[in-house]
Design a binder for this molecule. Structure first.
Ligand code: 5GP
Length: 185
């Protein structure tokens, strides 16, 4: 199997293989390319740190002029939402009158995204869209928040890999899996 060289004993179940992720990202790149005019320039805004791998793979599948920017917001401590969201690093670009595509790793309660969207709207971008790799619809608290481009729906389980961490580990796994229960503290 292709994952064998990165088999990790802490993972109980692989939910999405490397191939499934990469194939879907290619499709998403096409969807996104079609959703804009060919001369639109797009600010791809990566929400750190989980979306870094998704952003770098997705960017290569988008056939439009793109600019990269990054913002860091606090979200989770361990595996449950703290409900507290804080801007740790703001983006660098002036987004007024420009097309912003927020790149998220996973939409869970939607609280992070709601906060980021509300903040960015005050800066009057020409358009504001969201691409998320994973969506956990069962957990949504912010019902009016949704992604314009969504990779996969996942069940209500804590997942790691392909950018997603547990206590900063497992981000470099090329697939997405569920951590063994005994590893949660
Ligand atoms: P929300 O604000 O939508 O509840 O949470 C969004 C953030 O929580 C994500 O960007 C991610 O950092 C974290 N998160 C939510 N669910 C998971 C999960 O299953 N695994 C990991 N590793 N992080 C998650």
């Amino acid at each position: 199997m292709e994952e064998e060289h990165v088999h990790n004993n802490d993972i109980s179940e692989v939910i999405l293989t490397e191939k499934q992720i990469q194939d879907r990202i290619k499709e998403m790149g096409e969807e996104i390319t079609k959703a804009y005019n060919e001369d639109d320039d797009i600010i791809m805004l990566c929400v750190l740190r989980g979306a870094v791998l998704f952003m770098s793979d997705l960017a290569r599948e988008i056939n439009l002029p793109v600019v990269f920017d990054f913002m860091d917001v606090s979200s989770y401590e361990g595996t449950s939402s703290s409900g507290m969201i804080r801007i740790i690093k703001d983006l660098e670009e002036n987004i007024e009158g420009r097309n912003v595509l927020i790149i998220e790793d996973i939409m869970d309660t939607g609280l992070t995204l709601k906060h980021v969207i509300d903040l960015l709207k005050t800066r009057e971008p020409a358009s504001l869209k969201v691409a998320t790799l994973l969506d956990k619809p069962d957990r949504r608290v912010e019902k009016e928040v949704s992604a314009d481009f969504n990779g996969f729906e996942v069940p209500d389980k804590f997942v790691v890999g392909y950018g997603l961490d547990y206590k900063e580990k497992y981000r470099n796994l090329p697939y997405i899996g569920v951590l063994k229960k005994e590893l949660y503290t």
